[in-house]
Write a protein that binds this ligand. Sequence first.
Ligand code: MSP
Length: 517
Amino acid sequence: MPRFYLTTPIYYVNGDPHLGHAYTSIAADVIARFRRLDGDEVFFLTGTDEHGQKVEKAAQAAGLAPQAFADQVSARFRRMSEVLNISHDDFIRTTEPRHLRACAELWQRAQANGAIYLGHYEGWYSVRDEAFYGADEIETLADGTRLARESRAPVEWVREPSWFFRLSAYQDKLLAFHEANPDFLAPTARRNELLSFLKSGLTDLSISRASFRWGVPVPNDPGHVMYVWFDALTNYLTATGWPDPAAPRAGFWPADLHLVGKEIARFHALYWPAFLMAADLPLPRRVFSHGWWTVEGEKMSKSAGNGLDPTELVETYGRDALRYFILREVPFGNDGDFRHEAIVTRMDRELANDLGNLAQRTLSLVARNLNGTRPAPGPRTDDDAALLAQAASLPAELRGAIDRQALAEALEQIWKLIRAANAYIDHQAPWALKKANPTRMENVLRVLLDLLHTIGVTLTPFMPDAMAKLLDQLAVPETARSLAALASPLAGGVILPAPAGIFPRFAARLDARAPAC
Ligand code: MSP
């Protein structure tokens, strides 16, 4: 069975989950579910990033010890996963003993290979970004405040002894690697940015801090903790059981896909491969970096108080509608703007009208005119054959799109079939055939049931709850809910359950939630 290992970034526990975190997790979940549906053995990892100065400061502000604070916030991220129906196989926390062990091992291997040395760091550091910046990346405002130009995060001057990673020594190897693997980092715009950064010259990276304690201890130097990114990136190895070669998931390394936001592409596509090269370990196969969401045109931020809470979004729109919307609204890789009006429009037009009505019309005709029984396949007209051929080619098209992480494109391919099915039902008008040509009516409804089978299965990764309901109503057995099973016809003569709506309109959803009086 082919294996597929994919990861979300591990989320900082300095603040509560918001739409941005939900986005990365949902996208990864759709890919994980799609690969399982296609027969892969999937290992899907998510978790929390719990060390570093940023978390230490947030804990102080909350009046808690860092570990107690991390426990609390990590549990909220776990809860976010449940609320969003994320099907991860492991949830890693960087404060776990298994992780401390892996970090120490990676460090020691890199050190033994001469890639780590002791020095002195003096330069700009942003706690918010947990990143070091060169003088050319800093901007001074009129009031004297200094910011990292790109992220607008405040920076401070840091001067302390530090262990360094010999990043400069990996410049040529990294460049050769990226040139030999043009698909390693996507989308292309981000790859180009990274290549120009790489070509501008790399300086060695400070990978330990001596001025605070909340981190993984540096082996044999108790005065230092590891730089949080050295620690954080290692989580992807830890979860496979590394360095134990006999660990049950040892065979999953190297990861097939790291899904990350655009602001952390550099850490995943430069630093991470360099750390792995230094320890003689295989490199991940691909990093895909997605864009950022704004909310009603505004940047999400703590100070603006507009960081949308995933739980509230699910309560308002339903989790499948939320999952659908954020992957449908913008091509994956681009930035997006979350607008209430836009999600309501898509819920009503695409989910309730296009898909909900197609299912409802078909199922109620089967209930009314065929005693609720799925007919056996009959002779096909050219129209039937063309539409069924379109459905048959969908899995391969989707595979192509999902392999490129083109999630919105995958949804559009499925919607093409939904629109074609709606045009077909309008044109064939099976409701008018009951008296004139009942056999033809039966055949048309059978074609529609087959299309709905394909639609229900292929949309399952995006909307698992709603599609389980649809497939139940179509009486599709569990064994026929995979991409491979779409090639075999469902048995005729099976009685379907009574039809029930799958996607209520947004207004109806709100009515259903209002307390009864
Ligand atoms: N802890 C690091 C990742 C370490 S991975 C070895 C981190 N954590 S984070 O909590 O700040 O962000 C995690 C993810 O959330 C990133 O992929 C980031 O892009 C995503 N988002 C945070 N805000 C976002 C938006 N406003 N919009 C879309 N995604 C954004 O970075």
